[in-house]
Write a protein that binds this ligand. Structure first.
Ligand code: BJW
Length: 249
C-alpha cells in the first residue's frame, strides 16, 4: 500500500459517517463504458452530451431509445467489480455510510449496497412522457452488438411514448435524492469521490459541499479532475484496485 492509500484507509477507519460518491469510472472495470468515452457501433458519430437530452429524444426517438436499450442490455450483462464489492463491504463496516451515485446501472445494488441514491435515475425504470409519467414494463431484449434504431414502446395506461428513466441535460434531478445527498455530504467525516470527471452539475457540488463543511475528501481516479483542488488525498488508480484497500478490516 502506498502512503496515500494508507492515509486514506486510516481516515475511513476513524470515520463515523462516510459518503461514497461515484461516477461512470466506478463501472468501467465491469465493462460499462464511461459517459465521456467515445461512442461505438451505430452511435460512433454522435456525441453523448447531445444524445442525453430531451431535445434529441423528441427529434429522433428511435435513435435515442435504441441507444438506451443497447446500454441497458449491456449493463444487464455486466457484473459488479471489486470496487462495487468494496463499497458494499465499507457500508457494512461503517454503518453511517451513504452511497450516492451518478450511474444509471444497477451494479452497486447487485454488489450488495442497500439503497444507493441514484442522482441521475436508472436505465431500469423507464416511464412514459405523458402527464402521469406511468412506469413502463416490457420484455428485456438482447440488443445486437452494433446496436440498432428501435421505436420506443407506447404506454399501456395512456398511449404516450415511453422514455428512459434517466435524468437528461436540462432536467431537474429527483428532488428527494438530491436533498438526501446534499444533507449526507454536509454532515459526513469522509467523502470518497470515485470515477467521476466532476463536471456535471448539480451532482459535482456534492464533494465540494463536503469539503466546505470540513470533511476529508478522498478522490479515486487514474486521471486528474477539477475535484483534485478540493481533495485532501488524490489516489491515482482505478476503483477496483484501490477501493478494496480502504475497507476497514
Ligand atoms: C475511472 C476508471 C476506473 C475511468 N476507476 N475511475 C453549473 C455550471 C455549468 C453548467 C451547469 C451548472 N448547473 C447545471 C448545469 C447544466 C448541466 C451541466 O452540468 N452541464 C455541464 C456538462 C457543463 N446540468 C444539467 O443539465 C442538470 N440539470 C439541471 O441542472 O437542471 C436544472 C433544472 C432545475 C429545475 C428544473 C429544471 C431544470 C442535469 C444533469 C444530468 C446529467 N445526466 C447524465 C446522463 C444520464 C443518462 C445517461 O447516462 O445517458 O449523467 S450526463 C452524464 O454525466 C451522466 C453522468 O452521470 C454524468 C457524470 O459523468 P461521470 O460519471 O463523471 O462520467 P465521465 O465519463 O465524465 O467521467 C468518468 C471518470 O472516470 C473520468 O474522470 C475517468 O478518468 C474516470 N475513470 N476509468 C476510476 N477504472
Amino acid at each position: 500500500m502506498t502512503g496515500a492509500v494508507e492515509a486514506a484507509a486510516a481516515l475511513v477507519a476513524g470515520a463515523h459517517s462516510v459518503v461514497v460518491f461515484t461516477g461512470a469510472g466506478m463501472s468501467a472495470e465491469s465493462g460499462v463504458p464511461t459517459f465521456r468515452d467515445d461512442l461505438t457501433g451505430l452511435w460512433a458519430r454522435f456525441d453523448a452530451e447531445r444524445l442525453a437530452t430531451p431535445e434529441a429524444f423528441h427529434a429522433d426517438p428511435d435513435l435515442v431509445w435504441g441507444w438506451y436499450e443497447w446500454r441497458r442490455s449491456r449493463a444487464r450483462r455486466a457484473e459488479p467489480n471489486a470496487g462495487h464489492r468494496a463499497v458494499a463491504a465499507l457500508e457494512a463496516a461503517v454503518p453511517g455510510t451513504t452511497v450516492v451515485t451518478q450511474n444509471v446501472d444497477d451494479l452497486h445494488e447487485r454488489a450488495g449496497s442497500t439503497a444507493p441514491n441514484h442522482l441521475h435515475g436508472s436505465l431500469f425504470a423507464p416511464r412514459c412522457i405523458g402527464a402521469g409519467a406511468h412506469p413502463a414494463v416490457f420484455p428485456d431484449a438482447e440488443e445486437p452488438q452494433e446496436g440498432r434504431r428501435l421505436a420506443p414502446p407506447r404506454c399501456d395506461a395512456c398511449g404516450a411514448l415511453v422514455r428512459p428513466g434517466v435524468v437528461w441535460f436540462g432536467e431537474a434531478l429527483p428532488e428527494e435524492a438530491l436533498r438526501a445527498a446534499v444533507a449526507a455530504a454536509a454532515s459526513c467525516d469522509v467523502l470518497l469521490t470515485v470515477g467521476t470527471s466532476g463536471v456535471v452539475y448539480p451532482a459535482a457540488e456534492i464533494p465540494r459541499i463536503a469539503a466546505r463543511a470540513g470533511a476529508a475528501v478522498v478522490q479515486v481516479n487514474p486521471d486528474p479532475t477539477p475535484l483534485d483542488a478540493v481533495s485532501t488525498l488524490n489516489l491515482r488508480g482505478t476503483a477496483a484496485t484501490i477501493l478494496p484497500a480502504l475497507v476497514p478490516v
